[in-house]
Design a protein around this ligand. Structure first.
Ligand SMILES: *Cc1c(COP(=O)(O)O)cnc(C)c1O
Length: 414
């Protein structure tokens, strides 16, 4: 049979990450998945409350997405590119229809980072300026351009030099943003709610403020909706909370319905003008391929037809109530619970406590993880298709995990 996959992963892919997984008790190999559940090769079942960081809005293997992909797979999975792909063109039109007013043009890539790279190139080409302003705690991906907008020393330092012209301002602070804008600024990139930064919801009026400031100064606003997009926060897009239409919007994660990888940068027509002179200014061999586009079209259809944003709001509210009750019960462990819809975070009083709770939850068959840029915060981003029974299951496991963590800490202290 050969060596077990976890050992192969540790030897040939990422020994450091294997160590972290071992610490949280997730040194297992996945076997199969359905809806909100995943099974490992020992037959243990897990409730997936991480949802691939906001990718699995429809759960695993949603039947309508799988059927659309299977049909396209039999017809034509890859585009020849010198002919036009029908699912790709229909998806672009669909995105123009469902995104905020004024966003009409689409560039397709294969990931969130690629969507951000496209946004950077479009913003620079359109304005003829180099500068991009990003926010502290912001996460926009790890390819060189996107990484330059993701201000975390652990990710950035070994890869330097980065893209020049990037400024970092505190998230949620309009005065600092205004002070950072100058005649070299092409764009401001902002997440409607910071995901990896620890589920940080900005103060009311922030997104509107960013829109007004940038509009006044002729600077582009890029809304990075890779994690917040397509219903996660309780509205179809995170910017919908403040009725804002950005100049560019990046999408990925949930766009492929949890079945295919796909990224998109949606924008105003004039921002895409560069393609008129220079049709190949930016391109991707696989970006928006028919298979991924078929998945995305089906995913959007299911999201709208099943009213998933509304459902995220309702089930998320129920989960939030349960989290608040647990915070009341364990105030020495839980500092804060926050978020919107089914994009929720639990901030622990200490990053190690968060790690212990993640491990205890895994043991009890619930998958979660901490924010890449903020290890004190454990993210809860379950599929939007879950019901209250799944929330009850997760809350019961969380309550037990908090008790176990409390006992472990008492053991350590005395
Ligand atoms: C995950 C994420 C990205 C990067 O997406 P990848 O597909 O991992 O490259 C970019 N922006 C935000 C807000 C994200 O959450």
């Amino acid at each position: 049979m050969g060596m077990d996959p976890f050992t192969l992963f540790e030897r040939h892919i990422n020994p450091g990450l294997a160590g972290l997984l071992r610490f949280t008790g997730l040194d297992r190999t996945e076997s199969h998945a359905e809806g909100p559940y995943v099974w490992d090769t020992t037959g243990k079942r897990y409730l997936d409350f991480l949802g691939l960081y906001g990718t699995l809005n429809l759960g695993h293997r949603h039947p309508k997405v799988v059927a659309a992909v299977e049909a396209q797979l039999r017809r034509m999975p890859m585009s020849v590119r010198v002919l036009v792909s029908e699912p790709t063109a229909r998806l672009a039109a669909k995105l123009a229809e469902i995104t905020p007013e004024g966003l009409e043009m689409v560039f397709f890539g294969n990931s969130g980072a690629e969507a951000v790279e496209a946004a950077i190139k479009l913003a620079r080409a359109y304005t003829g300026k180099p500068g991009i302003v990003t926010t502290q705690g912001g996460f926009h991906g790890k390819t060189m351009g996107a990484l330059s907008l993701t201000p975390k020393p652990e990710y950035q330092d070994p890869a330097k030099p980065l893209l020049p012209g990037v400024k970092v301002v505190p998230y949620g602070d309009l005065e600092a943003l205004e002070a950072a804008l100058d005649e070299d600024t092409a764009a401001v990139i902002v997440e409607p709610i910071q995901g990896e930064g620890g589920i940080r919801v900005p103060p009311e009026g922030y997104l509107r403020g960013v829109r007004e400031l940038t509009q006044k100064r002729g600077i582009l606003m890029i809304a990075d909706e890779v994690q917040t997009g397509l219903g996660r926060t309780g509205k179809l897009f995170g910017v919908d909370w403040e009725g804002v239409s950005p100049d560019l919007m990046t999408l990925a994660k949930a766009l492929g319905g949890g079945v295919m990888p796909i990224g998109a940068c949606v924008g105003r027509r004039e921002v895409f003008e560069v393609f008129k002179q220079n049709p190949l200014y930016h391109s991707s061999t696989f970006g928006g391929n028919p298979l991924a586009a078929a998945a995305a079209l089906a995913a959007i259809e299911v999201t709208l037809e099943e009213n998933l944003p509304e459902r995220a709001l309702e089930v998320g509210g129920y989960l939030m109530e349960g989290l608040k009750a647990l915070q009341g019960e364990f105030p020495h462990l839980i500092e804060d619970v926050r978020g919107r819809g089914l994009m929720l975070g639990i901030e622990f009083t200490d990053a190690d406590i968060g790690a212990l709770v993640v491990a205890e939850l895994a043991e009890r068959g619930v998958i979660t993880a901490f924010g890449l840029n903020n290890p004190k915060v454990v993210r809860l981003e379950p599929p939007l298709i879950i019901g209250k029974e799944h929330v009850d299951e997760a809350l019961a496991a969380l309550s037990e995990s908090l008790k176990a963590t409390e006992r472990a800490l008492e053991g350590l202290l005395g």
